[in-house]
Design a protein around this ligand. Structure first.
Ligand SMILES: [Zn+2]
Length: 463
């Protein structure tokens, strides 16, 4: 219940007074620790956080977990580039006994101890990690999800919207059916009539359900629903790889829309991969038009797009002018991932006003933006969005590779972006408000979050 003047005089007047004073106490405490990253971490870890709306399972899993899995399974190690491949005749058990080798793989699969060179930037190193560990992700999604959910629970998160492709990108292979077809409508028709493609849609849905069920089994949720990780509600977004050939992108997109329309586990779809290379820059406008076409066919499917993960040092001025605009106005994105280059877009003021008015939330990833696009501190547009009342959420993007977690993103938002406690509370609530959950579930989680925030503040006020 909100403590406004109308309900203040109602029967819960006493409750309002108590919660107002608890909030004031917490705000005072927050003001005393806002320059202390350690005190802030301890405080913010306990703070209920709505959750994460921008989270890649492959990059969110900590490499330590993947290496421990690899060491007990039949994988071949390729020390030349630190990749692995699945092969029943191989063993990676040496990872469990050779600490130096383990460390080299760990550094190759993450940004641990990374120092940029002329040959390899942090962005290069980051995007190369996926090719090294993907065979482990493809075969062990449930184990990785279980670990991710435990970590989220330990930080008092309610909800996670996680990016996956449970068909292991098989949908892209249907591009060969589309070679001779000219229009989007013809391509869609071919895919809709193809039994193998429809089977792939069903396989994606079933695999997605299995990943969640198996993760819950690993966490022991059946026997103990309060076990760590079990309280975090999880849903998926099916992602499309933007650097693939046009027909492969189209086939993945149709799979994405179909899955999200049919399965309650998939609440939305997304477009991912490095945005500042020509393989992503050249087809950008065409991809937005393709998403517009598919949106007309599947209007109920929610769409979030990685857009504007660009900086003026990485791309030409021409490429900075329209990505976020087109994502919102052409492709019908309801949320934007990153949105770093907003100020460089044409008519940026009008664009942010429109985003505020349409309530297009921006998924802000501070650590990721620092490492991958070299934007941080005052140069980061977080305040630009906040000042224009564009809703924002904080997320980790790829916490395992980037060596972060959601609490550290909150700490960074305070230390580096100078956000206050009320702004953090709003961000926490935004993670539920701007999720793609259906309204009834959103309402349930929002009430749960508000209750937990009150308990959290009351507990701090009692200290
Ligand atoms: Zn991302």
């Amino acid at each position: 219940m909100k403590c406004n003047m109308k309900n203040f005089f109602l029967t819960l007047a006493l409750g309002c007074l108590i919660s107002l004073s608890a909030q004031a106490e917490v705000e005072h405490y927050f003001s005393t620790i806002k320059q202390d990253p350690n005190a802030l971490y301890a405080f913010l870890k306990e703070m209920p956080k709505g959750g994460e709306l921008h989270y890649h399972l492959a990059g969110g899993a900590y490499p330590e977990v993947m290496l421990n899995i690899a060491a007990t399974q039949p994988y071949c190690l390729h020390d030349a580039n630190y990749s692995v491949s699945s092969d029943k005749n191989c063993s990676a058990a040496i990872l469990a006994t050779n600490d130096a080798l383990y460390e080299r793989y760990l550094q190759a699969w993450s940004l641990k101890n990374f120092i940029a060179t002329n040959e390899e930037s942090a962005e290069d190193h980051f995007f190369a990690t996926f090719y090294k560990f993907m065979p482990v992700v493809a075969e062990h999604e449930a184990e990785l999800l279980a670990d991710v959910l435990k970590r989220a629970d330990s930080q008092h998160e309610q909800y996670m919207e996680i990016l996956v492709t449970p068909d292991n990108v098989q949908s892209a292979s249907f591009a060969n059916l589309l070679k001779d077809k000219k229009t989007n409508a013809e391509k869609l028709e071919v895919l809709k009539k193809n039994q193998a493609f429809n089977d792939n849609i069903q396989r994606t849905i079933i695999n997605g359900r299995n990943i969640i069920e198996q993760a819950h089994t690993l966490l022991g949720c059946d026997k103990n629903p309060q076990a760590e990780g079990c309280n975090v509600t999880v849903r998926f977004q099916y992602y499309i790889l933007r650097q693939l050939a046009p027909d492969a992108v189209f086939a993945m997109a149709v799979n994405a829309f179909s899955v999200a329309q049919a399965s309650p586990d998939f609440v939305g779809i997304n477009l991912v991969q490095q945005e500042d290379v020509s393989a992503a820059l050249k087809p950008y406008k065409r991809q937005m038009q393709m998403l517009d076409f598919l949106h007309q066919q599947y209007p109920a499917v929610h769409l979030s797009l990685h857009a504007g993960e660009l900086s003026p040092t990485a791309v030409s001025p021409a490429d900075l002018r329209f990505h976020i605009h087109d994502a919102v106005t052409v492709a019908h994105a309801e949320r934007i991932g990153h949105g770093v280059d907003i100020a460089y877009e044409d008519n940026a003021e009008a664009l942010v006003k429109m985003m505020a008015q349409k309530k297009i939330a921006v998924e802000v990833n501070l650590t990721s933006n620092d490492w991958l696009v070299n934007v941080k501190g005052a140069a980061h547009p977080l305040h630009y969005y906040l000042e224009h009342q564009v809703p924002v959420v904080l997320s980790t993007d790829d916490e395992g590779i980037l060596r972060t977690d959601l609490t550290r993103e909150y700490v960074r938002a305070v230390m580096e972006q100078h956000l206050d406690y009320q702004q953090l509370k709003t961000i926490t609530r935004n993670a539920i408000t701007y999720s793609f959950l259906p309204p009834d579930e959103k309402e349930r989680l929002q009430q749960q979050l508000d209750k937990q925030l009150k308990l959290f503040e009351a507990a701090y006020a009692d200290r």
